[in-house]
Design a binder for this molecule. Structure first.
Ligand SMILES: [Fe+2]
Ligand SMILES: [Fe+2]
Length: 244
């Protein structure tokens, strides 16, 4: 049992490595792994440019240190790691992740707005309707983690898990240090307390993961994060021991 009542720290399965390291693979290669995605390979660069443009045009508030485009790129990496273990149509996953946060509205669910935008883009590019719907569906459901439909395709579930895995673990420590620094009275203690609160919040989301690989990766982040928090408490003189 860890300092924060987590019992899984000692043993969790090791992440299964992809057959080909993700950094050596190109999106086109992924697209061509599945015949249904072949037509998507042709719009690779256009899609990337359009998603980046839509995200840049948003008025959605974010911390000054947080780039939604960089979040999108990191979610792609998480999706790649999950897909390497779980399978699924990479072309659909890639496009859905790319556009998952491209839409924003003060009054509507951003997932619905994003789904409409990606649908319009893919239709204009002449992508076959069935494929357009699969991508739009994955964008539409990416934030429905609390009440997922029972028949969600694997691609949708991978997008959901990849999104949840970003800004977790040590990234949150960095986030909370930066966010605290923007407050009136910044300090190590304030950053620690803020991150401890988020850690406890993040623990509760474990049950929202949709794939076995997503669960494993999330558990890994939680376990390492917990360890770092215990070391930080020790370094700040707030504890006499730390997790080994
Ligand atoms: Fe989102
Ligand atoms: Fe996101």
């Amino acid at each position: 049992m860890g300092l924060y009542n987590i019992s899984y720290s000692a043993q969790f399965p090791v992440f299964c490595p992809p057959k080909t390291p993700p950094s050596n693979r190109k999106n086109d290669d992924h697209m061509n792994q599945n015949p249904s995605s072949t037509s998507l390979a042709n719009i690779n660069e256009k899609a990337r440019t359009e998603a980046q443009r839509l995200i840049a045009s948003q008025t959605r508030w974010s911390h000054p240190f947080r780039s939604r485009w960089e979040h999108t790129l990191r979610v792609l990496r998480w999706a790649e790691r999950i897909q390497a273990c779980e399978g699924g149509d990479w072309g659909v996953i890639w496009l859905a992740v790319l556009f998952h946060d491209c839409g924003w509205s003060e009054t509507l669910d951003h997932a619905l707005v994003g789904a409409e935008l990606v649908e319009a883009f893919l239709r204009a590019e002449g992508v076959e309707p069935a494929l357009v719907e699969r991508v739009a569906w994955a964008v539409r459901t990416h934030n429905k983690r609390r009440d997922p439909a029972p028949d969600l395709p694997l691609e949708n579930r991978i997008v959901m898990d990849a999104d949840l895995l970003d800004e977790l673990g040590i990234t949150t420590l960095v986030w909370d240090a930066m966010a605290t620094a923007l407050e009136e009275q910044p300090g190590y203690r304030q950053a620690l307390e803020r991150d401890l609160a988020f850690f406890n919040h993040a623990k509760c989301k474990l049950e929202q993961l949709q794939t076995p690989t997503g669960v494993r990766l999330y558990q890994e982040r939680l376990a390492f994060w917990e360890k770092c928090l215990s070391h930080l408490r020790y370094e700040l003189g707030l504890a006499d021991e730390f997790m080994g």
